[in-house]
Every structure is written in C-alpha cells, then in structure tokens.
Design a protein around this ligand. Structure first.
Ligand code: NAD
Ligand code: LMR
Length: 328
C-alpha cells in the first residue's frame, strides 16, 4: 500500500456528494493500492446528516479508506488541510425555469473563501475540480483567490456534457457507447456549450460521416446536450446527481491516467489563449493527459459553424466574468 492521499469533497452530504464519496473510498478512482483519507465538508446544519454518511462509510469496510475528517464549512482551512484533491460540489443547485448562470451571484461568493483556504492549507500538489454551478465561473473565482497555485491545477466539469453527447451519438448511430470517442465540449457548462460532433468518432470514423442526418446533428443533438440538465430537473424534480458524480470521477481519472490514442477528455481549464479564447478564462476544451501532465489538444480545425458556436459560448463566459468582477 502507498502512503495515503487526502481528498476533500465540499457539500459531502448532498445529492452528488452521496453518489460520489463511496466510489472515492472504494479504490475505483485512485487504485486498489492507494489509501484515501476523505475530508468531508458541509454547512453546519448538514453536519448531522454527514454523521450518517460517515456511519455508512464505516459500514462499507473499504480497505482503501484510511480515514475520514468531517469539517464544518466555517473553517475551510481545516477542511482542506494537506489535501491533494479538492472537489468543490457544495453550493445551491438550480430549480426548474432557471439557467445555471442565474446562480452566479448566489454560489459565486462561496468560491472566494474556497480559493483562499485551498491556497492557505492544501497540499502543494493540490488539484481542484469545481462541480458547483455555474462551474466555469466558480472555478475562475476559486483560481483568482488562490493566485499562488499554478493555473493548470484548476478544472471545471464539462465531462457530464461529454458523456451525454457520447450517449446521444451512440443511440442515433445504433452503436455501443464504447465505440464513440473524441467528443469535445467547447466553452461553458451551460445552454451555450458547443458539443463537437465534427471531431467525434464512431468506430474510428467521423461521427459526421456515420450519422448522415446533418439537421439532427446541428440542431437536435446540440440542443439535447445543451438542455439535458434542465430536462433531468423537469423529469426528476432535482438536478442530476448520480451522472454528475460519475462525471466528476471520470474527470479525475482522465487527469491522473493517460488518455488513449484517438480520444480526448473534455474539461474546462484555464485558457492559455488557444483557439482565440481570452487567456485566463475557464473554458471547456478537449485535453489529453500522460497521467501526470495534461495539455489542451491543439490544431483542431473548427469550421464556420463551430466557430460561431464557440464565439457564443465565449461571450457568455465573458459576461459571467464581468458579473463577478468584484470576486476575482
Ligand atoms: P444538493 O443541494 O443536493 O447538495 C449540495 C450540498 O452542498 C448540500 O448538502 C449543502 O448543505 C452543501 N453546501 C451548500 N453550500 C455549501 C458551502 N458553502 N460549503 C459546503 N457545503 C455547502 O445539490 P447537488 O445536487 O449535490 O448539486 C451541487 C452543485 O452541483 C449544484 O450547484 C449543481 O448545480 C451542481 N451540478 C453541477 C454539474 C456539472 O455538470 N458541472 C452537474 C450536476 C450538478
Ligand atoms: C446538469 O448539467 O445536470 C447540472 O449542471 C445541473 C443543472 O442545473 O443542469
């Protein structure tokens, strides 16, 4: 067994937290030889529910769970102390009729203290994944409040959109989802995101050639992925949880494990100016990892249709950035 790593989850007693923590403890993400100490962080009023989650963790008797630290969000530095990963879930989900961006002034302020506490207390190698919405801009706020931490350590979650897009393409093509690769989500985790079917492949062939219904690709496919979160809220009465937790774990795995040839991982990262995006924005890109370092995949040719979509989502992220200027 290796030395334990520490993984913090904020909002640990919430829907996504509950769907995520047991899988983090089980060895699925970091490996069967990698003990994990979970730091579970919650609002003071949710600490009693968190005690119940802790009991259930004990009752799983996971060999890879090396400890549990429960912490009130009143003292985030204690919560993030020496953590190697911080998964920022704790925040308010949207309700039916809202866009995710409507949450920016509600949830945004949470992430100033989050950034400051991560910088003050987390391990030097910390990596941060923001799930709480609007996740790109909340990640921007976190990063801005932790200026000493290298920018390549900050991620916001567009993996759920990637997984949704892969499923839609597979179903339309009548092929297994495992045949779909290289699905990029450009921009914001919002209704302006651009799920890229031009570079996606199905059994190694361009999805755009396999699915000949261009109208479906350009309209129905894109809209289904853009509005899938709202569709889940409308059907379930609550926002996606199991699929969101799954996507968060997929993101971590994709960063710490090498990316397969011909594939990519979609995640929002700090723009280095690639593809004409403002430097410093947290923008969804296709990336690949060698298991320790990751990079934005460069040189993809985006046609006029794609460029227009990318500009729209870029503009929305600029507007969100302007709306939280005081928090940056
Ligand atoms: P939830 O309400 O079930 O759980 C959130 C938990 O966070 C609650 O237990 C609450 O007590 C806690 N919390 C609130 N503020 C906190 C703070 N400041 N510090 C610590 N904990 C805090 O919500 P959920 O369904 O788990 O969703 C959480 C967030 O994830 C929402 O913002 C939701 O919109 C977002 N989300 C993002 C994606 C994505 O793809 N990026 C997908 C699904 C949900
Ligand atoms: C999702 O995509 O399911 C989440 O971001 C929740 C939401 O508000 O749509």
């Amino acid at each position: 067994m290796k030395a334990p790593i520490r993984v913090a989850v904020t909002g640990a007693a919430g829907q996504i937290g509950y769907a995520m923590i047991f899988r983090l403890a089980s060895g699925e993400v970091f490996g069967p030889d990698q003990p994990v100490i979970l730091h579970l962080i919650e609002l003071p009023q949710a600490l009693s529910a968190l005690d119940g989650v802790h009991m259930e963790l004990d009752d799983c008797a996971f060999p890879t769970l090396a400890g549990v630290v429960k912490q009130s969000s009143d003292d985030l530095e204690a919560g993030f102390a020496d953590c190697n990963w911080v998964l920022c879930v704790g925040s308010v989900p949207r309700k039916a009729g809202m866009e995710r961006g409507d949450l920016v002034r509600i949830n945004g302020p949470i992430f100033t203290n989050t950034g400051k506490a991560i910088q003050a207390a987390a391990s030097k190698d910390v990596r941060v994944l923001v799930v709480g919405n609007p996740c790109n801009t909340n990640c921007l706020i976190t990063m801005a409040n932790a200026p000493d931490i290298p920018r390549d350590r900050f991620f916001a979650m567009t993996r759920l959109d990637q997984n949704r897009a892969a499923s839609q393409l597979a179903q339309k093509a009548g092929e297994p989802v495992s045949s779909v690769k290289n699905v990029a989500i450009w921009g914001n985790h919002s209704a302006t995101q651009y799920p890229d079917f031009y570079h996606a492949t199905i059994n190694g062939k361009s999805a755009n050639d396999v699915i000949t219904d261009t109208d479906w690709l350009q309209k129905d496919f894109i809209e289904t992925v853009q509005k899938r979160g709202a569709a889940v809220i409308s059907a379930r009465g609550a926002s996606s949880a199991a699929s969101a937790a799954n996507a968060a774990l997929d993101t971590v795995k994709s960063v710490i494990r090498p990316t397969a040839e011909g594939d990519c991982c979609s995640v929002a990262v700090c723009s280095d100016g690639s593809y004409g995006i403002d430097e410093g924005l947290i923008f969804g890109y296709p990336i690949s990892s060698d298991g320790s370092k990751w990079e934005i995949l460069k040189g993809w040719d985006n046609n006029e249709f794609a460029q227009e979509k990318i500009q729209a989502t870029l503009q929305e992220l600029r507007d969100e950035r302007d709306a939280v200027k005081d928090l940056l």
